[in-house]
Design a protein around this ligand. Structure first.
Ligand SMILES: NC(=O)C1=CN([C@@H]2O[C@H](COP(=O)(O)OP(=O)(O)OC[C@H]3O[C@@H](n4cnc5c(N)ncnc54)[C@H](OP(=O)(O)O)[C@@H]3O)[C@@H](O)[C@H]2O)[C@@H](O)CC1
Ligand SMILES: [K+]
Length: 240
């Protein structure tokens, strides 16, 4: 199969993009077409929560979040899960006062909802009982080998959890090349956003593509081939 495309189960071809191309998609969506980041993030959080509902039995859920767009999407997912009475808590890779931008915004809402947030570096290994983990530490913004404490969280997610669902890209995987930078999460499922990233060709687990509401004019302005892969649905499974 062409390395630059994936397919839906019904045989529709979906273009894959590099991290740099996805950054351009984001920029055109926001600056030229007028979508707000939080609009797209809301769709990401809801799509991720949908997959968590699907994979989970009775387990509690822990959302492991960083400070970028990936972490922000994970925190939005935590809100959607809490709204559906799913027992959910959040583990951050830093103290809350160091959060910025959309992640800080999402965190403030969780605080008002009294969703438990842990920021101790060893918080994950202290959880009792079975949990599903949502990996929202790092997405296509990974730069260099995964540093501590994120690296410790990656290790714990791989070793201690019943199931792991990654947002956009498993943390530690280079979104463009698929290279493992230090260590990487090995998820049961990955919910990638808008378009698959080229580096997802050889990751573990199922790959789901979620619609975050980007209109096709954005792709066409960037000369990215695009035909609606979702049909009438909000997400679609991809095969590699
Ligand atoms: N339209 C869309 O597609 C939308 C995309 N969205 C989402 O945004 C994501 C891209 O967001 P982004 O650009 O903010 O970067 P992102 O992946 O969160 O990474 C930054 C974080 O990673 C961390 N970090 C980095 N390197 C590290 C290392 N070596 N070792 C350890 N940590 C490291 C970095 O930490 P810091 O350097 O700040 O300490 C920071 O916390 C994208 O993947 C998608 O999920 C949604 O928001 C909806 C709209
Ligand atoms: K991730």
């Amino acid at each position: 199969m062409n390395q630059n495309s994936f397919q839906t189960r019904t045989g529709r071809s979906v273009s894959a993009v590099t991290a740099e191309e996805m950054l351009a998609v984001d920029r055109v969506a926001v600056e030229d077409v007028g979508l707000a980041l939080l609009q797209m993030m809301e769709n990401a959080g809801r799509a991720l929560a949908r997959q968590v509902h699907d994979i989970r039995d009775e387990e509690r859920v822990v959302v492991v979040a960083g400070n970028g767009g990936n972490g922000g999407g994970g925190l939005a997912c935590a809100r959607h899960l809490a709204n559906r009475d799913v027992p959910v808590q959040v583990v951050l890779d830093r103290v809350p006062r160091e959060l910025t931008g959309a992640a800080a915004h999402q965190h403030r809402i969780l605080e008002a909802m009294s969703v438990p947030v842990i920021d101790a570096a060893d918080g994950l290994s202290r959880l009792d009982g079975p949990h599903v983990a949502v990996d929202a530490l790092i997405g296509y913004g990974l730069s260099g080998e995964v540093r501590s404490p994120a690296s410790r969280y990656v290790e714990t997610m791989n070793n201690r959890f019943e199931s792991v669902v990654s947002l956009d890209v498993p943390s530690g995987i280079d979104a463009t090349t698929g290279e493992i930078l230090g260590d990487a999460v090995r998820p049961d499922r990955t919910v990638t956003l808008a378009l698959p990233k080229t580096g997802l060709a050889s990751i573990d687990g199922r790959l789901l593509l979620a619609d975050i509401g980007i209109p096709k004019t954005v792709y066409h302005r960037l000369d990215i081939e695009y035909a609606n892969p979702f049909g009438e649905h909000d997400w679609v499974e991809l095969v590699r």
